[in-house]
Design a protein around this ligand. Structure first.
Ligand SMILES: [Zn+2]
Length: 279
């Protein structure tokens, strides 16, 4: 992919940081214009599940073809699966339909050396952040499988994607837990972010923790409004693919690590409540 180091002043000034996480990352290969078009049917499904679809597009990610939407990558199968968890109208939500099962459970994680010492150190810090909560899910680092050989349950890969429309996608999660109760297979971290904004260790850790949140079943706290991204989306009439977690707010929670746009770099009290309810 082409890398441009020439940035206009305005690009930087107007840039807002978005934590859009996908739990899969390889270089997202843009397909041809024709193949890149998302059908109205798929868009309608994503909207029904309360995704903001304005930048949704078809990409190849972690070896699969699917849709990049917000900071998620979802295969067409995953989109259908999301809609199977239909719940009552007007119900606010927090988590997706499937969760990681088989608790207590150790989830192995690894990071692509392409993300350098910052990626490596951030992964260690993220693991400490989760394990400090004494959940039934614990995270353990393993070596990254080179040449496409997976070794970890959740792999952190590198991708390079330019900023667009004043936003840069920091990470992209490869979906949510699957029907068998396994976490999503990983997420990508955008190395363009490193180059453009020189993030701190805490910021990269926070983004990784946010993406892991998706991989283990968290939706965005503000998925109904996207207010953390400076938007005010009208909420739909039905809640699909997202279920409210007891004891957490049903309104947006501005300091949550799981806001759509961040970056927060630590759990707030409601995040901790939610983690403890689920795991
Ligand atoms: Zn996210």
């Amino acid at each position: 992919m082409k890398k441009s180091k020439v940035l206009s002043f305005y690009t930087v000034v107007f840039l807002m940081i978005t934590i859009f996480i996908s739990c899969d990352s390889d270089n997202p290969e843009e397909l041809s214009q024709f193949e890149n078009e998302i059908s109205k049917e798929v868009l309608a499904k994503l909207e029904k599940a309360h995704f903001t679809t304005e930048n949704a597009r078809i990409i190849e990610f972690m070896g699969e073809r699917g849709v990049a939407v917000e900071d998620m990558f979802l295969t067409f199968e995953q989109i259908d699966e999301l809609l199977q968890g239909v719940i009552g109208p007007h119900e606010k939500q927090y988590r997706t339909t499937n969760l990681v099962t088989g608790l207590p459970r150790v989830i192995t994680v690894s990071v692509d050396p392409a993300l350098g010492s910052l990626g490596s150190d951030a992964l260690d810090a993220m693991i400490t952040m989760y394990n400090s909560e004494n959940l039934q899910l614990t995270f353990q680092r393993v070596a990254f499988g080179l040449n496409g050989r997976r070794k970890a349950n959740i792999e952190v890969t590198e991708f390079y994607e330019l900023e667009s429309g004043g936003f840069i996608t920091l990470g992209r999660a490869a979906g949510f837990p699957d029907r068998r109760g396994n976490p999503a297979k990983g997420f990508g971290i955008n190395s363009r972010w490193f180059e453009l904004l020189n993030p701190s260790l805490a910021e990269v850790k926070g983004t990784m923790a946010h993406e892991v949140g998706h991989c283990i079943g968290f939706r965005h706290t503000d998925f109904m409004t996207r207010e953390s991204c400076g938007q005010n989306i009208n909420e739909g009439s039905a809640g699909v693919g997202a279920i409210h977690i007891d004891g957490t707010p049903t309104i947006s929670d501005s300091s949550s690590l799981m806001q759509a746009c961040g970056p927060a770099d630590s759990f707030n009290n409601n995040d901790i409540i939610a983690l403890n309810v689920l795991y």
